[in-house]
Design a protein around this ligand. Structure first.
Ligand code: ADP
Ligand code: MG
Length: 962
């Protein structure tokens, strides 16, 4: 809805955020009312940094429809416009343009001139003005050249300054690196020194501990040597002791020999004693009347009056007292202990290597089994014998080792049965292994080591005996139960081996059965029992009578007992009798058998035997007993003595050995400690050497650090001096330049005065009246130029001073250096066609652009103002073409012939900026602001990239070479 007419349009493009982005981030065309006003508009390439961009004074005509079309066509990225300012364009009066009157300056009267004259005047004035303009242009060119030269010198100075700065940078960098290395070295040094201190401390501690150890070792060494000396001193004592021990050992040996002799003697004596007692001894034991017998009123027929003398009287019906004599007679009151007391010496004989046979003979029910086996509460001869055997064997452990095994047999119907064997069907036979040694191959010999095992074996045997029989008592009474204890002895002193056997036999019942009562199996049993028992009787009587032939092989029983009956072997027979008058005949029969066995018939005839002889024998026996006892005692004492001596000798030996070991240990310790001492001393030496080396290294490092510090100081001093000199030079140069420019100004003023004079002359001419105005304008221009030059010079001076100050501050801080981009300077009207009216219009527009420019500068000092009306490419091209010309010190009004566009836009130029033209290596020539010197960012950075700096320098060089 805009009212129709001409409008002036400003476009405000936004800030470009990514200042270092690639070129062509946003490239676009701008159309106004379908007319392209900007083509390939590249904001980044124009502005180049964070600056707002304004496109001002775009003239546009709005038609009757009141529409203003503004179009952006993106080529790259998106155009972003922050503001559009549309305002009415000031109208240029067409009448003014068409006026053909000159207005008198003095009277303001309009003077109309004829066209021919006008033409001539115009031609003249134009020629004049052209001349003047040419002169002024030449002056300007001259001035520009001068300025350019001064600028060049300034730039060279700048370059030098840059170089100096680079040097300074390098030096600073070097100094910085040196600082860093110095710091590192200082750190290292600190580390090393701390390490050194730490090491020193640890070494001192180690040395102290080692010294302490050495002291302790020395002390121990001295103590050990003292002990060693003591040991050495005690060697004679030891020798004495050794001798004593030796003598003791000798004594011991002697004693051993004696002991052996005594042992042999003792054995002989014991044997003699046993023999004296009789190798075959018969003890008679009478059981008490059983309850049934007492109940049935049986009477005792046994007279025990002289039982102590081994005599037994039988009271028969005819009151004839028959007396029997045995080695011992036990009354019913005598218990198992009494019975065994007489059998016990047999055990010693067994352990001495003699064969022994103990058996119980008698009628069934008279107590054979009771005597031999006994009950658990009242154990019999079997158990007690073995108990005694172990007891004595344990007593003799130091001189003898015994190996005891037990076998249990049963002889029934002339057949041998092993009661310990698992397999009972095996037939066992008696074999003669060697002279005087018979054995039954395959018989089980249970090894026993204690009484518990013995008891177990006995139990096993008795239980095995029960197997296969309905009535245990019946069966047991018709078979012989035989317990064989085999003893293997080793004399530890003499190394002698002996092998002996002890037979404990529970014989079958001796009762004679009436032939009519017995038939079949029972008869066979009875016959076998009779045969075996009579065979036993025969053998024993033959032995008693010292008969040449002893009929052992008449029965299995005698055959088995062959080794234990006769010879050196001892035989003990318990004749069991019943006191009952019912069993009288059997009792008499048993007693008769026993008497026969004993080989001494006691009877009326025997009564006449001289008792004095018997008495003498008894006293002798007693004496022998006493002797043997005393000998036993003395032997025991001797044994004890020997034992003690042996122990003592062993103890002494042990002490001697211990002492020798101690001496050796001490010697070893002394050697070890001495070696340790040597090692520690060596360690101490090596440590002290290391310490010395480290100290030397530290001192050299310190020296190096000092040197480096000195060098750094020197370098700093030299640098500061050189910088000061350079700054002074630059200041001098600057002064010279200022002076030169001032002189140039003076010359220019002179020339202007001359021109003024000339102009005044011309003013006198009426023809020249019209030109007065223009001359004044030119004067104004010149003044402006002068002012601008002066301003430029001042600005440059200021900038240089600032820079110098900055440099002096070692480029550590920098004030933002703002630059205004040079606007595109372009005109679409040719100079030749330029008329007075155009000129006046130009002035008006220029002032307007000045105003705009001022406003722009008020908005932002970084604002870049671009005049629209042609493509930037064209602008750039023109700018480049004019690079050779002098044009950067004034705003020039130009008209472009090539432009067919009716919009005659006037370009406004900023005050000249020497480094405003930067050739870019791009396809599109651009006008971009460029900093004359290295930017503040680059300068503030101490660690600036040298490559970047070199590039900057090169670009500047290229710029000026162009
Ligand atoms: P045998 O074996 O000769 O046939 P036993 O030993 O079986 O005779 O004895 C028969 C009974 O007589 C058993 O009950 C036993 O306890 C008892 N007896 C045997 N001798 C004595 C004794 N001296 N004192 C007490 N009781 C006895
Ligand atoms: Mg029995």
């Amino acid at each position: 809805n805009l009212p129709p007419g001409d409008y002036s349009l400003d476009l405000h493009f936004v800030d470009i955020i990514n200042i270092n982005g690639p070129k062509g981030m946003r490239v676009f065309n701008v159309f106004m009312q379908d007319e392209k006003i900007l083509s390939d508009f590249d904001i980044f390439s124009i502005v180049g940094s964070e600056k707002p961009l304004q496109l001002v004074g775009v003239r546009v005509a709005v038609k009757d429809d009141g529409i203003l079309v503004l179009k952006f066509e993106g080529i790259h990225g998106h155009p972003v416009v922050s503001g559009i300012c549309v305002r009415r364009a000031p109208k240029t009066s067409a009448s003014q343009l068409d006026r053909e009157f000159f207005v008198c300056k003095n009277c303001s009267t309009e003077i109309e001139l004829p066209s021919a004259q006008k033409k001539v005047m115009r031609m003249k004035s134009i020629a004049k003005y052209e001349k003047n303009i040419q002169e002024l242009r030449n002056m300007l060119k001259q001035k520009t050249d001068e300025c350019y030269q001064s600028w060049m010198s300034w730039t060279s100075a700048n370059e030098q300054l840059e170089k100096v700065r680079m040097d300074l940078d390098n030096k600073t960098f070097k100094a910085y690196s040196l600082d860093q290395t110095l710091e590192k070295q200082a750190d290292k040094l600190r580390d090393i020194s701390s390490k050194y201190e730490h090491d020193q401390k640890s070494w001192t501690v180690a040395v102290n501990t080692l010294e302490q150890k050495v002291k302790v070792m020395k002390r121990e060494h001295s103590q050990l040597s003292r002990e060693a000396h003591e040991c050495v001193d005690s060697i004679p004592d030891l020798n004495k002791m050794v001798f004593a021990v030796q003598s003791l050992v000798d004594q011991c040996e002697e004693l051993k020999v004696k002991y052996n002799e005594e042992q042999i003697k003792r054995r002989k004596l014991h044997n003699q004693l046993q023999e004296a007692k009789g190798n075959i001894r018969v003890f008679c034991r009478c059981r008490p009347l059983s309850k049934t017998e007492v109940v049935s009123g049986c009477a005792s027929v046994i007279d025990f009056d002289s039982a102590k003398d081994g005599e037994l009287g039988i009271l028969s019906n005819n009151s004839n007292k028959k007396t029997f004599k045995f080695d011992r007679v036990y009354t019913p009151k005598d218990d198992q202990v009494d019975v065994f007391a007489d059998a016990a010496p047999m055990v010693i004989s067994v352990l001495d290597g003699y064969n022994v046979c103990i058996f119980a003979y008698g009628q069934t029910g008279t107590g054979k089994t009771f005597t031999m086996e006994g009950t658990e509460v009242n154990r019999g001869v079997n158990y007690r014998t073995l108990e005694e055997l172990f007891k004595i064997a344990n007593e003799r452990t130091e001189t003898y080792t015994y190996n005891i095994s037990v076998s249990v047999l049963e002889v029934y119907n002339e057949q041998i049965r092993d009661l310990l064997a698992v397999e009972t069907s095996k037939k066992l036979e008696i074999k003669q292994a060697s002279e005087g040694f018979h054995h039954i191959p395959g018989i089980v010999e249970a090894k026993v080591e204690n009484t518990q095992q013995v008891w177990n074996v006995l139990q096993a045997g008795s239980s095995a005996r029960a197997v296969g029989s309905n009535n245990v008592n019946e069966h047991s009474s018709r078979s012989h139960c035989m317990l064989c204890i085999a003893v293997k002895a080793k004399n530890l002193i003499t190394g002698e081996y002996t092998k002996s056997k002890l037979w404990l036999v529970d014989l079958a019942g001796s009762e004679r059965l009436a032939k009519t009562d017995v038939q079949g199996e029972r008869l066979k049993e009875a016959q076998n029992i009779n045969r075996s028992l009579s065979a036993l009787g025969d053998v024993i009587s033959a032995l008693a009578n010292k008969s040449s032939h002893i009929p052992y092989r008449n029965s299995k029983l005698t055959h088995i007992l062959q080794d234990s009956l006769g010879g050196d072997s001892k035989t003990l027979m318990f004749v069991q009798i019943s006191p009952s008058d019912h069993d009288l005949s059997e009792t008499l029969s048993s007693l008769n058998f026993a008497t026969r066995v004993r080989g001494v018939e006691l009877g009326p005839i025997r009564k006449q035997i001289d008792t004095s002889e018997l008495q003498r024998m008894k006293t002798m026996l007693e004496k022998v007993r006493q002797e043997s006892r005393s000998k036993d005692e003395s032997v025991k004492k001797l044994e004890e003595n020997l034992h003690n001596l042996e122990n003592k000798a062993k103890g002494k030996d042990q002490v001697y050995k211990n002492q020798l070991d101690k001496i050796k240990e001490l010697e070893g310790q002394i050697e070890l400690k001495a070696s340790l001492h040597c090692q520690s001393e060596k360690q101490v030496l090596s440590i002290s050497e290391k310490l010395k080396a480290k100290e030397e290294y530290c001192s050299t490092l310190k020296q190096k650090v000092m040197d480096l510090e000195n060098k750094l100081k020197q370098q700093e001093e030299i640098q500061s001096i050189t910088y000061q000199n350079k700054v002074n030079d630059l200041e001098n140069k600057l002064r010279e330049q200022v002076q030169q420019s001032e002189s140039a100004c003076i010359i220019l003023q002179h020339k202007v005065k001359e021109l003024e004079g000339k102009l005044k002359e011309q003013e006198d001419n009426l023809e020249c009246l019209s030109l007065n105005q223009k001359i004044k304008e030119l004067e104004d221009k010149v003044r402006e130029q002068e002012k601008q030059l002066a301003e430029n010079a001042r600005e440059q001076e200021k900038q240089l001073e600032d820079k110098v100050r900055d440099q002096e501050k070692q480029l550590t801080a920098e004030t933002p250096f703002s630059l205004k981009s040079t606007p595109v300077e372009e005109s679409k009207q040719s100079l030749k066609e330029e008329s007075i009216t155009n000129d006046s219009e130009h002035r008006v527009l220029r002032s307007l652009s000045h105003q705009i420019n001022r406003r722009g500068s008020q908005i932002s000092s970084h604002t870049v103002v671009v005049k629209e009306s042609e493509s930037l490419q064209e602008i750039r091209k023109k700018r480049l073409s004019r690079n050779s010309e002098v044009e950067n010190n004034s705003s020039v009004v130009v008209s472009d012939n090539n432009n067919n566009n009716n919009n005659n836009k006037i370009r406004h130029s900023d005050p000249p900026r020497p480094v405003s033209r930067v050739p870019r290596a791009t396809a599109k020539p651009v006008v971009a602001p460029q900093r004359p010197v290295a930017g503040p960012v680059a300068r503030t950075k101490t660690s600036r990239d040298p490559v970047q700096a070199v590039k900057e320098r090169d670009s500047k060089k290229r710029m000026w070479s162009r």
